[in-house]
Design a protein. Structure first.
Length: 506
């Protein structure tokens, strides 16, 4: 738009001096000379917050702003967490509605993603009721971003004191590596078989429990927040993963590679950076316990109670010769025993990054911290805690370890590894004397836990599948078997019974 200067031409009064006439002509000439500069000033935008970013080309449409997700986080009866990541700052929200009634629609809050948070957003669906399925839509900058796969979430059922617990399908896996050649080590690519997530998605589990090493930070990443967030972004953006993220509720723990450097422990100076990244990219119900930082937490689904342990943030170094050797720390052991004692769940699943029951004191198995391990197992036995099952990752192979205990039920450790990171078939020669026969798998795999049956007769069945969905093995546990055997009632002598009957007649 041209800058317009108003002029009023009036006849010069006769008594105007020659000086005043000359002054008027001078001002007119100066104004005319200024016009081109005024026009240029209107056409040139000022530098500032509203200026276009010449170094970052704008996406052609809002769909191109989507980096990864959406992903379903935790589910409660009256609240569900939804997650998404954009490529740059953008306004995001979710619209959702009961799958049986699309006319009544609800919205989450709308927030603007920020660079310092890796442009991630966690939003809560709060207008929900228990035991329902909802369809949801993603909006970026006010525009609906449809995805080429189902987008639905569910709320937990309000079953207690009303009906039998619901049937539950739980996916489990660990060690998720996505190749990134500029930062990978030389040689053969370490990650492969990404189609495993397509296989998992087709099985439609209710929830997925990631058992650590869900991201593999590289040497270039662990020294900076920028590197850590970029590694998370690269991993989360894998195309094969997206449909699985959008339709299954995801929960996670970590192990050394998402905590930081290989075999990382409490000495890692960047652990608060990786903890922040973990919180940004996962949507667990909470993080930390007893005022201690970390990823310790818990969650429930039906009559299954999950306990998430942090085996990194407070861990003493593996090779430390002096001082107290701790993997969890005394406070975390005590918290776990408190939480297990309080739980009334049929199955109490303890998730931790490294193997618990393998007796071989190798690599990073709990056996290299024998004092703390013994304390934990002794407390579980002394407290008479029922239904305990361990689920672990780390080892790049799958196996089931079973620890028989005198006078009580055996403990089981389902190690499920790996999803896409290099597998370790050679570990079959490892002398795990407690390995259940025919449960070793040395190729990429995952597990499905199916929990079914009436409330007093629940069964947990674990089935391990390879990349293509072929069943490798299965193993079932009855809830009624995961408790101390009931002591038989003592029969009274016949003479005592006769005396009791005489007393009753009197």
């Amino acid at each position: 738009m041209m800058f317009r200067v108003p002029f009023v031409f009036a006849q010069t009064p006769r008594n105007t001096s020659t000086y005043e006439q000359f002054r008027g002509y001078f001002l007119l000439i100066a104004a005319l000379a200024f016009l081109p500069f005024a026009s240029f000033a209107q056409k040139t935008p000022a530098k500032g917050a509203n200026s276009p970013q010449t170094t970052s080309p704008q996406p052609a449409n809002e769909a191109e702003l989507l980096q990864s997700g959406p992903m379903l986080g935790y589910s409660q009866m009256r609240e569900v967490a939804l997650w998404v990541q954009t490529k740059q700052a953008a306004k995001v929200k979710f619209v959702y509605f009961d799958a049986t009634n699309a006319t009544v629609r609800y919205e989450t809050d709308e927030i603007t993603t920020r660079k310092e948070d890796a442009f991630t957003a966690k939003l809560l669906a709060t207008e929900v009721e228990a035991g329902r399925t909802y369809t949801y839509e993603l909006y970026i900058n006010g525009k609906n971003i449809p995805r080429p796969y189902p987008m639905q979430f569910q709320t937990l059922k309000n079953w207690l004191f009303r009906t039998d617990p619901p049937n539950i399908k739980i996916a489990l896996g660990s060690c998720f590596y996505v190749n990134d050649p500029p930062y990978d080590r030389a040689g053969r690519a370490y990650g492969s078989d990404y189609e495993i997530f397509t296989t998992m998605h087709k099985m439609r589990p209710d929830m997925m429990l990631w058992l650590g090493d869900n991201v593999y930070t590289r040497e270039a990443d662990v020294g900076s927040r920028t590197g850590i967030l970029k590694r998370y972004t690269t991993t989360r953006s894998l195309p094969e993963l997206q449909p699985f993220l959008a339709s299954t509720h995801h929960y996670a723990i970590w192990d050394d590679h998402d905590f930081g450097p290989n075999d990382g422990d409490r000495s890692y100076v960047g652990k608060n950076m990786t903890l922040d990244a973990f919180k940004l990219f996962w949507a667990n119900p909470h993080y930390g316990a007893m005022n201690q930082p970390g990823i310790t937490g818990q969650a429930e689904w039906g009559d299954v109670h999950f306990f998430f342990l942090d085996n990194r943030y407070h861990r003493s170094p593996n090779d430390r010769k002096t001082g107290k050797r701790e993997l969890l720390g005394e406070w975390q052991v005590e918290w776990l025993i408190d939480a297990l004692s309080n739980s009334k769940a049929t199955f109490k699943i303890i998730a931790i990054g490294g193997q618990v029951l393998n007796p071989m004191a190798v690599y990073e198995n709990y056996a290299i911290y024998p004092e703390e391990l013994k304390k934990l197992l002794d407390l579980i036995e002394k407290e008479g805690i029922r239904g305990v099952i361990f689920v672990t990752g780390d080892r790049h192979h799958t196996e089931l370890t079973k620890l028989d205990r005198a006078g009580t039920y055996p403990l089981h450790d389902f190690t499920i590894s790996s999803l896409t990171a290099g597998s370790n078939p050679g570990a079959i020669t490892e002398a795990n004397t407690l390995r259940v026969p025919n449960t070793f798998v040395g190729e990429h795999n995952f597990a499905i836990f199916e929990v079914t049956g009436a409330q007093r007769d629940r069964t947990l069945k674990c089935t391990v599948y390879n990349v293509s969905g072929k069943e490798m093995w299965s193993y079932s546990l009855k809830g009624n078997d995961l408790r101390e055997p009931q002591k038989p009632r003592e029969e009274k002598p016949k003479d005592e019974k006769k005396e009791e009957k005489k007393d009753e007649k009197k």
